[in-house]
Design a protein around this ligand. Structure first.
Ligand code: RB5
Length: 164
């Protein structure tokens, strides 16, 4: 079981699925920190993605979930943070494999792309599958090399805008 809270962020396109996933994970006993947004009002997803991705990059949290309409914008944003390995998944198989092989620390979902039952099964698989290590450490080491050259030490962490 996770010790640090799982951070979860969304925009208007991910709000409905977020509510279901938060309820499911809390029922399972996972500590959850919901950074918003908190309604279907139109918001800009990079703010919420940044709140989660910067917490992972700074070491304040070890895992997060980001949901927008497609999951694509959130995954693009999250992977701009050092140390973040964000995986956009639409199947339980992908979720299992990205934990086992990529040790992904953010799961991105498309709130308007997958059904609720598939999403819950996918999240369960992602959280419950351990990283295999071994030969996969080589690839993660290479990603780390790329980050060391490409990224600065600072994290973009804007103030969340006021929701209407
Ligand atoms: C918002 O309409 C939409 O662009 C966003 O939810 C996300 O899917 C972007 O990738």
């Amino acid at each position: 079981m996770e010790k640090s809270p799982i951070l979860i962020g969304n925009d208007h396109g991910g709000y409905t699925l977020k509510v279901t996933i938060v309820a499911h994970l809390r029922e399972q006993g996972y500590p959850i920190e919901d950074v918003g947004s908190h309604s279907e009002a139109i918001v800009r997803y990079p703010y919420y993605g940044a709140a989660v991705a910067s917490a992972i990059a700074s070491g304040r949290a070890s895992r997060g979930i980001l949901i927008c309409s497609t999951g694509i914008g959130m995954s693009i944003l999250a992977n701009k943070y050092k140390g973040v390995r964000a995986a956009l998944c639409s199947s339980s198989y992908q979720a299992k494999m990205t934990s086992a092989h990529n040790d992904s620390n953010i799961l991105c979902l498309g709130g308007r792309c997958i059904g609720v039952f598939e999403a819950i099964d996918l999240v369960n698989n992602w959280l419950q599958t351990p990283y295999e290590g071994g030969r996969h450490d080589i690839s993660l080491g290479l990603i780390g090399e790329a980050e060391a050259v490409n990224f600065s030490e600072n994290h973009w962490m804007p103030e969340l805008p006021e929701e209407k």
